[in-house]
Design a protein around this ligand. Structure first.
Ligand SMILES: Cc1ncc(COP(=O)(O)O)c(C=O)c1O
Length: 382
């Protein structure tokens, strides 16, 4: 059976000898814009491409504001920081995610709390979230307090895993009930919509990543999305060293950061965004082809849910157990096909194993059974 799957994937990605999980493609104006950017001499964070890229992301996602950042990890860090998350805070998130979701919580001095994910979406389970809150917190004077640490739970950080939208509206309803912020980790979800609204635009703040393995790339890069103009202005300010506007004077009115995306990266991103619809169509076709193939051989393939339009960043199948998963991955690697397991769960990592968590039964099940398949743009059918 593994042999059939491998030869099927080889046919899909027949242009490659080594088949990557998600290789970027550069099919548009990337080189032209890079040359223009270099000729302009504006290669750092001030420049026309940054502004154009941000406007284009705003238009594509429907967010009122986009602030482009050096990467998704730092976008999350700034989002948490600007909402006042600090060493007195805790953030409810999920153990099934990339480490880039959790590290920024620690950079702020705060603690993560891990709840389970949902079987249907792979994202945070609203039931798990609610259960954790009911069993472990008290709501006092408008603050949600963790009974065991006496610290304030100030934010919820759900993730749209592999670009599949989570049940974000239900999570937001719970957050409203307890007066906590929602920051959406939509790092993997550019081009994904839930109830016709772009992922990352539901919470007070959402973030995107444009790392080289994502649906579109800027080399390295990320973005913050928010409909709150005041927050956006504050993020713009602190992401550029908190420099006060002045013709020639250098005055900084607080401790700022140097985290804006350079113009040279935005030049690549703008070119990529110009044909994102073609990329998304190609990826959707790949998902359909995989889906039909796996249906025929009776292997479960993850399909987008009712209400969701996924970008299918990474296609996902479910094998029987960890042994089958490992055998499958061994076979694919020896055939130069980069399939991969889900990330080691966050509460199993040495540095995160002592943080509070709820039962993580679905997360554990997914760790044992999920395999991601090559999912990048297929050159052969453009
Ligand atoms: C879920 C998730 N969160 C955060 C990040 C961090 O983004 P970046 O790699 O751009 O720092 C990534 C991806 O790389 C991710 O997949």
């Amino acid at each position: 059976m593994y042999k059939d799957i491998a030869s099927f994937i080889r046919k899909l990605y027949s242009n490659y000898d080594n088949i990557a999980l998600h290789a970027p493609v550069f099919l548009g104006n990337e080189k032209k814009y890079l040359t223009e950017c270099i000729d302009s001499t504006y290669v750092s964070y001030i420049g026309a491409f940054v502004e154009k890229f941000e406007k284009a992301i705003e238009k594509f996602t429907g967010s009122r504001n986009c602030i482009s950042i050096v990467n998704g990890t730092m976008a999350l860090y700034l989002a948490l920081k600007v909402l006042g998350v600090n060493s007195d805070s805790e953030v409810i998130t999920q153990a099934l995610t990339f480490v880039g979701t959790i590290n920024p919580i620690i950079y702020c001095g705060a603690s993560p709390i891990f709840v389970d994910v949902d079987r249907e979406t792979l994202g945070m389970s609203p039931e798990s979230l609610k259960k954790f809150i009911l069993n472990n917190t008290i709501f006092k004077n408008g603050l949600l307090i963790n009974k065991s640490t006496q610290k304030r739970i100030s934010a919820i950080l759900p993730v749209h895993i592999f670009g599949h939208p989570c049940r974000i509206d239900e999570i937001i309803d719970i957050a409203k009930e307890y007066n906590i912020y929602v920051i959406e980790d939509a790092a993997e979800a550019i081009g994904s919509f839930y109830k016709n609204k772009h992922c990352g635009t539901f919470g007070l703040i959402g973030i995107l990543s444009f790392n080289g393995n994502k649906t579109i790339t800027t080399g390295g890069g990320g973005a913050i999305l928010t409909n709150d103009d005041e927050l956006a202005n504050r993020i713009r300010h602190i992401s550029k060293t908190a420099k006060v506007n002045h013709k020639w004077e250098y005055i900084h009115d607080e401790v700022g950061y140097n985290l804006r995306m350079p113009n040279i990266n935005a030049a690549i991103g703008l070119a990529q965004l110009e044909y994102i619809d073609i990329i998304l169509k190609n990826k959707r076709e790949t998902a359909n082809i995989y889906s039909n193939f796996f249906e025929d051989i009776k292997i479960k393939f993850f399909k987008e849910n009712y209400n969701s339009k996924s970008n299918y960043w990474l296609n996902t199948i479910f094998l029987k157990n960890i042994q089958e998963r490992n055998d499958f991955l061994d076979y694919m690697y020896s055939n130069k096909i980069q399939a991969r397991p889900i990330w080691q769960l966050m509460h199993k990592l040495d540095m995160y194993k002592n943080f509070q968590r709820d039962e993580l039964l679905n997360s554990e099940y997914f760790y044992d059974t999920i395999v991601n398949l090559p999912s990048g743009y297929r050159l052969s059918i453009s």
